[in-house]
Design a binder for this molecule. Structure first.
Ligand code: BGC
Length: 752
C-alpha cells in the first residue's frame, strides 16, 4: 500500500484479521504437537483396553428417547426405532450409546442442535432451553464472535443437562431458497457459512461438549431427501459446499461429522468413498468420527470401507452385522478399532472425558435469554425504510396485526425444535395429539406485549389478520400499522413458492392500501416475494427470533437498538431467475413433518449452477434480485472512499468508511473478488460501528481460500496469474469502490 501502517490502521487490520483471517484461526485452534500426541495416547490407551465387543458398541447409537413416552397413539408410519422403550440411562435425546464402565468411558447422549438444546416433542419433560434465533439469523450478523457466543450458550446448557454430543453445525449451502431447513443453516456463501459454523462449533466445544458438522453433503432441500441423487462436477463441489465444510472443519475442529441422507453423484453420502475416504479423511485429514444421519445407512461393508464410523438409530440395522463381517474377514478388526478410536479421541480432544456432563447443572436462564435477544437484534435485516422507522416515541395510535402476534414468535420445527423457557403455543386447532406436536409452534415472547412495553404512551390495538377487510379497517383507524407476518418452517417440508401463507400477502396489500404507514416485520426462514413491497413504508426481516424475539423486534422498531444484520441469502425477484424454477421433485402431497412416512421414487438433481450459488448465479445470468446477498439498511448512511490495495501473492484492500448520517450505526463492508473469467466471491468483510461523522480505515485481506480455484485435471487448488477484479461494497449488488489487482500464480497442495 506504499504507506507505513499507523496505529489506527493496525487496529482496523486486527479487527479484520481476527474473524476472517484463516491463519490466526487455524493457529488458535490447532493443538500443539505435544498436546495432540497426549490426546492420541490417552485415547489409544482407552480403546486398546476395550474388548472387541466394547469397541463395536461405539459404532452404533440407538434412539435415546421414545415416542411411547408421549402416551399418545402412534400411526404405523412411525419408525420402529422411535417406538422402542427408552433405554435405561438414556436422557430422551436423539441418540444414545451406553457407557463402557470397565474403561470409564461415558455414555454418549446425542442431541439436536444449532438453535439451542432441542426437544422436538417434550420427550424430556420439563427440559426447556434457551431458544436462540435461527441459525440463518446468526449468519445475518456476519459476526464470528456472536457465532462463538451462540455456540457457548448451547454448549453450556447441553453440559448442564448431561448431554455431551450436540448434533449442531448445519452448513448446507442455500442452493434451494424454498428449502424447509434453511433456517437451520448459514445461508448461501461458503466463506460466511464456514467461518461462522466453525465458531459455533468452537463455542459448543468450549464447554467440553462434542459438536457435529452436518449434513455432508448436498442436502439443500427436504423433498426426496432420502432418495435423490445430487449431481455436480468435482471442482464446483470443492469450491462450494465442500469449501464450507472444509473451512468449518479446519477452523472449528468438530468432534464429529454427519453424512447426509441423499446420494451424491450416484452414491449415498454415507457410503460415498469420494466424500469420506478421499476428501474428508484423505485430503483434509479429518480425525473425528463420521456418524450417519438418522436412517441414512444403506449397507455395512461399503459404508465402513468408505469411512462411516457410526450408524445412528434406524430400523434396518446394518451395523449389527459388524462382528460377523469381521469374523468373515470382510472388515478388519483394525478398522473397527479405528472407528472406536475416532469416537474416543474426539471426546478426549474436547475434554469430555475429564469434564463429565451431568443432568441438573445450573443454567443462568436470564443471562442466556438476554444474550438470545442481543443475537436476535444483531441478525435482523432492515430491507426497506421510507423514514417510518424508527418509530417516533410520540406515536399515539398503532395497529398491530398478525397471526399470533399477541402470543409469540414462530420457532423453526423439526429435529432442531427447541422448547423455550416458558413453553410453546402450538398452532394446531383440533389436531390429533401427534399432529399437534408437529404443528408450527410459537415461543411465548409476544410481539404485541413487547411493543406496548416499549411504547407505554401509545394506544395499541390488535388484530389477528385472518380477515383482510377487517385488518384494513383496523389499519385505517390507526396512525401507523405494524404487520407481523409469519411463514413457519419445518424439517421435511419445502415450499412451492415464495408467497406468505394464510392469505397474508393479500392482507398486507389491503392494510397498506388503507394506511401507507405500514411496517411489515417478516418472521420467515427463507426469502419471500413481497408483492406489496411498493405500498408499504418499511420492511424488517426478523427471521425466527427466539427466546426474546418480541422484545428484540420492539427494540429495533423503536430504535432502542439499531439494525445491523445483512442478508446471508439472496432474495430473488422471481422464481424464473433461479437455477430451478421449482424445488426439484416437489410434490405438495408429500410435504410432511420430518418427511416421515413419505415415499419418493429416486430422482436426480442437477446442480447446473455449479459453485455459482445465489449472488454468483445472479451475476452469471444478469438477473436482478429483489434484495441481494449482503444487503441491509441501517438508521444511518455510510460513504466509502480512499481505496488502496496490494496484489502479488495476496490481495489486501483498504478503504475509508464514513458514517454520513445522523445516528450511530454498523456497517458491514464486504470484499468481493473475481478470479479471471469467474464470478465474484465474498472474500472477506469488516463489521464496524461508527458514530455520526466518524470515519475509519478498514483493511480487508482476501481470504486466500477464496482466491483459489480447483483444478480438477491436476487434482489441486490453483491461483492462476492474472487480473483479479474486486469491489468493496455494501452488498453483492452494491459495489462502492472497485479495482483490479494482479496476482501471481500459485498452486496449493490439498493440505492447507
Ligand atoms: C435430521 C438431523 C438430526 C437427526 C436427529 C434427522 O432427521 O436430518 O439433522 O440431527 O434427525 O434428530
Amino acid at each position: 500500500m506504499g504507506r507505513t501502517m499507523t496505529a489506527t490502521m493496525l487496529a482496523a487490520a486486527t479487527i479484520l484479521a481476527g474473524p476472517a483471517g484463516p491463519a490466526m484461526a487455524k493457529q488458535a485452534d490447532k493443538m500443539n504437537d505435544k498436546e495432540q500426541k497426549a490426546v492420541d495416547a490417552r485415547a489409544a490407551a482407552i480403546v486398546d483396553a476395550m474388548t472387541f465387543d466394547e469397541q463395536v458398541s461405539l459404532t452404533r447409537s440407538q434412539a435415546g428417547g421414545s415416542l411411547l413416552d408421549l402416551g399418545i397413539p402412534l400411526p404405523s408410519f412411525i419408525p420402529e426405532a422411535m417406538r422402542q422403550p427408552k433405554p435405561a440411562g438414556a436422557l430422551g435425546t436423539a441418540g444414545y450409546v451406553a457407557a463402557i464402565g470397565r474403561v470409564n468411558f461415558p455414555a454418549l447422549h446425542l442431541a439436536d442442535a444449532s438453535l439451542g438444546v432441542a426437544d422436538i416433542g417434550y420427550l424430556r419433560p420439563g427440559q426447556q432451553s434457551t431458544a436462540l434465533p435461527a441459525t440463518l439469523s446468526l449468519a445475518a450478523t456476519f459476526d464470528p464472535a456472536m457465532a462463538r457466543e451462540a455456540g457457548r450458550i448451547v454448549g453450556a446448557e447441553a453440559f448442564a443437562k448431561g448431554i455431551n454430543v450436540m448434533l449442531a453445525g448445519g452448513v448446507n449451502l442455500a442452493r434451494e431458497l424454498r428449502n424447509g431447513r434453511n433456517f437451520e443453516y448459514l445461508g448461501e456463501d461458503p466463506l460466511l457459512a464456514g467461518a461462522l459454523v466453525a465458531e459455533q462449533i468452537r463455542g459448543i466445544q468450549d464447554h467440553h461438549v462434542a459438536s457435529t458438522i452436518k449434513h455432508y453433503t448436498l442436502n439443500p432441500q427436504e423433498s426426496g431427501r432420502f432418495v435423490y441423487d445430487a449431481r455436480i462436477g468435482e471442482a464446483a463441489l470443492r469450491e462450494s459446499d465442500l469449501l464450507a465444510f472444509e473451512i468449518g472443519i479446519k477452523r472449528g475442529q468438530p468432534a464429529s461429522i454427519m453424512c447426509a441422507y441423499n446420494k451424491v453423484n450416484g452414491t449415498y453420502a454415507c457410503e460415498n468413498e469420494f466424500l469420506m475416504r478421499d476428501v474428508l479423511k484423505g485430503d483434509w485429514k479429518y480425525r473425528g468420527w463420521v456418524m450417519s444421519d438418522w436412517g441414512a445407512v444403506h449397507s455395512l461393508k461399503p459404508s465402513v470401507d468408505a469411512g462411516l464410523d457410526q450408524q445412528s438409530p434406524q430400523d434396518q440395522d446394518y451395523f449389527a452385522g459388524l462382528p460377523a463381517a469381521v469374523k468373515a474377514g470382510e472388515i478388519s478388526s483394525a478398522r473397527v478399532r479405528d472407528m472406536a478410536f475416532r469416537v474416543v479421541r474426539s471426546m478426549e480432544a474436547v475434554g469430555a472425558l475429564d469434564n463429565r456432563a451431568a443432568p441438573g447443572g445450573a443454567i443462568d436462564k436470564e443471562a442466556h435469554s438476554a444474550r438470545a435477544q442481543a443475537l436476535a437484534e444483531a441478525g435482523m435485516v432492515l430491507l426497506k425504510n421510507d423514514g417510518v422507522l424508527p418509530l417516533a416515541a410520540t406515536a399515539k395510535s398503532i395497529a398491530v396485526i398478525g397471526r399470533h402476534a399477541d402470543k409469540g414468535v414462530p420457532l423453526g420445527g423439526g429435529s432442531s425444535q427447541v422448547i423455550p423457557w416458558g413453553g410453546v403455543y402450538r398452532d394446531a386447532p383440533g389436531a390429533n395429539p401427534l399432529s399437534a406436536l408437529l404443528a408450527p409452534s410459537y415461543g411465548l415472547s409476544s410481539p404485541l406485549k413487547a411493543l406496548q412495553a416499549a411504547l407505554p404512551a401509545a394506544t395499541i390495538v390488535f388484530d389477528g389478520g385472518s380477515d383482510a377487510a377487517r385488518a384494513a379497517d383496523v389499519a385505517k383507524a390507526a396512525d401507523l400499522v405494524i404487520v407481523y407476518a409469519v411463514k413457519p418452517e419445518m424439517e421435511g417440508i419445502d415450499h412451492a413458492d415464495f408467497a406468505l401463507p394464510y392469505g397474508q400477502d393479500a392482507m398486507i396489500d389491503a392494510v397498506a392500501t388503507a394506511n401507507a404507514k405500514t411496517v411489515v416485520v417478516l418472521q420467515t426462514g427463507n426469502p419471500v416475494a413481497m408483492p406489496w413491497l411498493g405500498k408499504v413504508g418499511a420492511v424488517l426481516e426478523a427471521w425466527f427470533s427466539g427466546q426474546r424475539g418480541g422484545e428484540a423486534m420492539a427494540a429495533i422498531l423503536t430504535g432502542k437498538s439499531a439494525p445491523q444484520g445483512r442478508l446471508p441469502i439472496s432474495f430473488p425477484a422471481s422464481a424464473d431467475h433461479l437455477p430451478h424454477k421449482m424445488v426439484v421433485g416437489y410434490d405438495p402431497a408429500k410435504q410432511r413433518p420430518l418427511g416421515i412416512g413419505v415415499q419418493y421414487d429416486p430422482f436426480p438433481i442437477d446442480y447446473v449452477e455449479g459453485s455459482d450459488i445465489g449472488y454468483r448465479w445472479f451475476e452469471r445470468t444478469g438477473a436482478e434480485p429483489l434484495f441481494p446477498f449482503g444487503f441491509g439498511l441501517t438508521y444511518t448512511s455510510f460513504g466509502y472512499d480512499a481505496l488502496e490495495f496490494r496484489g502479488g501473492k495476496a490481495l489486501s484492500v483498504k478503504a475509508r468508511v464514513t458514517n454520513t448520517g445522523a445516528r450511530e450505526g454498523t456497517e458491514v463492508a464486504q470484499l468481493y473478488v473475481a478470479a479471471p473469467g469467474r464470478t465474484h466471491r465474498l472474500a472477506g468483510w469488516a463489521k464496524i460501528s461508527l458514530k455520526p461523522g466518524e470515519s475509519r480505515e478498514v483493511t480487508i485481506d482476501a481470504d486466500p481460500w477464496l482466491l483459489l480455484s480447483y483444478d480438477e485435471a491436476a487434482g489441486q487448488w490453483a491461483r492462476p496469474r492474472g487480473e483479479y477484479h474486486f469491489f468493496v461494497g455494501k452488498s453483492a449488488g452494491e459495489p462502492m469502490l472497485d479495482g483490479a489487482a494482479v496476482l501471481t500464480a500459485a498452486t496449493e497442495k490439498r493440505e492447507r
